[in-house]
Write a protein that binds this ligand. Sequence first.
Ligand code: SF4
Length: 203
Amino acid sequence: MAEKCQRIMAILDSLYPAPPVPLDHSDAYTLLIAVLLSAQCTDVRVNTVTPALFTLARTPQQMAKQSEEAIRAIIRPCGLSPQKSKAIKGLSELLLQRHGGEVPADLDALEALPGVGHKTAQVVMAQAFGVPSFPVDTHIHRLATRWGLTSGKSVEQTERDCKRLFPKEHWNKLHLQIIYFGRGQCPARGHDPAACPICSWAA
Ligand code: SF4
């Protein structure tokens, strides 16, 4: 298994040597909001919506002053806008009340915010604070299962297995590389696994 993981990392490094963070942001707060908006929405669409949202408000102080309706009107293209606008306003208020208007670099404190699940919290820990994390999205869950790295039982199990199999110092880059691999290489249907740089030998 160790050899398999090394080979997967080498292939991903050659394909995506420096994977950029896909969601446009300027600090931990704008990243947190962008990740929240990306639930059941593409990163590309989120990036088209956030400039207007962050013109309206780009700090918890400014966002807490907005009405849910004003936020919702801007984020509507991302879907789930009633829930997301409520969460954005609510978490901004809580950041002011509990954390002095700062995004806490703490997984539990992040998960305690409205609209912030385990995956979102881990993305923020990894991409805003550089803390080794392995947020598992649908691409990672599917590919890790396909490559025989995990049983595919649950995303929680996939996270545990990926963290056990890959060296901690690679987690932050690796989770992005697998996401880019899934987006770039996996067509919706009808393709030849024999031509795939990883499935051809790892599946
Ligand atoms: S064989 Fe298909 S599903 Fe498997 S990683 Fe390659 S492109 Fe994706």
